[in-house]
Design a binder for this molecule. Sequence first.
Ligand code: NAD
Length: 412
Amino acid sequence: MTTESALDTARSQLRRAVDLLQLSENDWQTLSTPRRILEVAVPLRRDNGNVEMYKGFRVQYSTTRGPSKGGVRFHPDIDMNETVALAMLMTWKCALTNLPYGGAKGGIAVDHHSLSLAENERLTRRYTSEILPIIGPERDIPAPDVGTDERNMAWMMDTYSVNAGFSVPGVVTGKPIVLGGSLGRTSATGDGVAISTVEALRVRGINPEGATVAIQGFGKVGYWAAIALENLGLKVIAISDVNGGVTGFESVSKLWAHFLEHKNLNAPGTQALTQEELLHLKVDVLIPAALADSITEKSAPGIKAKIVVEGANAPTTPGGDAVMSENGILVVPDILANSGGVIVSYFEWVQDKQNYFWTADEVKQNLNDIMMKSFHEVEEMATSNKVSWREAAHMIGVGRVAEAHRLRGLYP
Ligand code: NAD
C-alpha cells in the first residue's frame, strides 16, 4: 500500500516543474489552484423502483489556454481529490501537445458494472443535466474515460442538445461516428501509446521488430495499444485486467475474442499471472494502462523492463519514479504517452465546428505529426536540461500555461 495520493503526486510533479522553470511563488499559487470545482448529487431510479444517490464531480482545472477538456470516469473509488489531480494532468497534457484547451475531469462514484443499460443511461443523463450550466463546446468538453464509452457520450450529447433546442455535437468528444464522432478516435489513445513505444525503443537502440511488451489493463487504452503494437511487429506477451493477468496467448485478437465471449482472460493454453508478476516480467516495454498508483516504491524495484510507457493517467507515484530512475528505466510519462486520445478528441471538436469530416488517413497522419513533435520536444528538453522525461514534459506543459497566464494578465 502506498500513502501517496494521486493529488499529492500531481502537486509534487507541478512543484518540481515550477522549481526547474524558476517560476515565482505567485505562479505556483496560480498554477496549483483549480479554477472551478462542482460536486453534484446524482439521483438514480433503479429498475426496481428504488432511488439511490450518487456523488458526481466536474473539475475545470484551467481555462487559460482555451475551453477545459477532459474525461468522465465512472468508478466507485473516484473522489474530488483524484478528480482534481486528473484535471491538473489534463491541463499540462493539452499544453504539452499544444492543443487550444485547458484541463478538466469529471465522473460519478459508481460501479458501472452494477448498472443495467437503462440505469446507466438515466444516471448519465441526470449527471449531464446537473453539470449542464458549466459545459459546452466553448466552455468545457467531456470525453470517455474509465467506465464510460461512446454510448455515454451519445446520451450526454443528446441531453445537452435537447436542452439547447438544437443539435450540439461539439459538447462532447468520443461520440459515435454517426453523431459527429471522428474516425480513429476509438483507437487513438492506444495508437498514441504505440507511437510513443516505438520512439522510446529507438531512443534506447532496441529494434521494435520482436521487442517484448507486457500491458496492465485490457480496456479502451490497453486493448488498442496491444493491437497497434502487434500490427507494428512487437510481441505482446502478457496482458492483465482487474481480475489478474495471462501470458502464453496466441495473439491479442484471439485473446480479445475469448474475452468477449467468456468475460475472462483465461483462454485455452494461457498461464495465469498476478498483477505483480506481470509488472515484474522480463520484457523490453511495460505499459501500465489501468488505474493510478500501480508503480510504487514497493512494486518498482522488481520491474525489469527497460522502458515504461504510461498508458494510464498517474500510474506511477513519486516513490516509484525515484526507484525507476535509479535503475535506469526510461519512463515515457502519461501526459505524453497517452495524449493520442485528447489529440483526436481535438480533431473531432474541430470537425464538429466545421461540419466537415476527415478521412481516417488524415486523422492518423495528423495524430502522428503531433505525437512525434511532442515526443521530440520532450526528448530534447530532457537531454538539454539533464532531467527525467516526466520532468521535461511537465516543464513544457506547465511553462506554456504559465506563459499564457502572464500574457493574459490578472483581471481586474
Ligand atoms: P477502461 O475502463 O476502458 O479499462 C480499464 C481497464 O483496466 C480494464 O481492463 C480493467 O479491467 C482494468 N483494471 C481496472 N482495475 C485494475 C487493476 N487494479 N489492475 C489491473 N487492471 C485493472 O479504461 P480506459 O479508458 O482504458 O482507461 C485506462 C487508463 O487510461 C485510465 O487511467 C485513463 O484515465 C487513462 N486514459 C484513457 C484515455 C481514453 O481515451 N480512454 C485517454 C488517456 C488516458
